[in-house]
Design a protein around this ligand. Structure first.
Ligand code: 6PG
Length: 243
């Protein structure tokens, strides 16, 4: 389902509301809320809104367990760290027990980092499948999501939950959850804003399937729901049926 908002701020407000509602429902049903956060710029304002009234008071933060769909292979205090951004915007401002925040570690190598994060996830999801209640994702102008970048071998990964990827354009290692894991979620929500995303959003949502070039097309929850929250600028090229 694609929902179009008049501007980025209404999109952010709706995303914060969706986070809070999904959290309350999950906690009522199973006593905890497992969420995977996105990096990049788009979700930052959503995290800031969650740290403020009314959400700051309406979310059962003591039942929230936070993970990241992807991370740059950098130390925790590096300005490029997704966890650092989320801590500054949200996690340092709300009463989540620190042991319920599960950032991607910065281990000796990218591969070791991926192995350690997968072990963290397997220890948390003891019943087997990593069924997040909510996965937030962004969309890159080149069709990537999380750190599933075009034409990389990680797109074919079926066995590992977490993998290391080298992104040549950025000369940077990253660590990412793989598509099969993201697709186990009960709800996956893409947040997409800005005119610079209009072409790629159109291609990913309405274009022919070409997952090697447009990895975001790999995201299709096996038993869950997929929602696209987009602003009008990003939706400019979508035809009406998809809205
Ligand atoms: C990251 C990501 C990445 C991001 C997209 C969109 O660590 O960069 O998780 O997949 O979501 O690149 O980023 P923007 O929201 O900044 O456009």
């Amino acid at each position: 389902m694609t929902e179009v908002f008049s501007d980025a701020e209404s999109l952010n407000q709706a995303a914060a509301q969706l986070f809070a509602d999904t959290c309350r429902k999950s906690v009522a049903a199973q006593g905890r809320f497992s969420v995977s956060l996105a990096g990049g710029q788009t979700p930052k304002r959503v995290y800031e809104l969650l740290a403020q009234p009314p959400h700051s008071a309406g979310v059962p933060w003591n039942c929230v367990h936070v993970f990241w769909g992807d991370e740059r292979y950098v130390p925790a205090d590096d300005p490029r760290s997704n966890a650092r951004m989320a801590r500054q915007a949200l996690l340092d401002r709300v009463p989540i027990p620190p042991e319920q925040i599960h950032p991607v570690p910065f281990a000796a190598t990218p591969k070791e980092t991926a192995t350690q994060y997968e072990a963290i996830l397997r220890a948390y999801f003891t019943s087997g499948a990593p069924r997040f209640d909510l996965v937030l994702l962004g969309l890159g102008e080149n069709g990537h999501t999380a750190s599933l970048f075009p034409h990389l071998p990680v797109l074919d990964e079926r066995r590992r939950w977490v993998a290391e990827v080298y992104v040549q354009e950025q000369d940077l290692w990253r660590v990412t959850m793989t598509a099969p894991i993201l697709n186990e979620a009960a709800l996956v929500t893409f947040l997409v804003a800005g005119a610079n995303k209009a072409d790629v959003l159109h291609e990913v949502v309405q274009g022919p399937r070409d997952v090697s070039r447009l990895p975001a097309q790999l995201i299709s929850p096996t038993q869950g729901e997929l929602r696209w929250l987009v602003d009008r600028a990003a939706a400019a090229r979508l035809s009406r049926q998809s809205r």
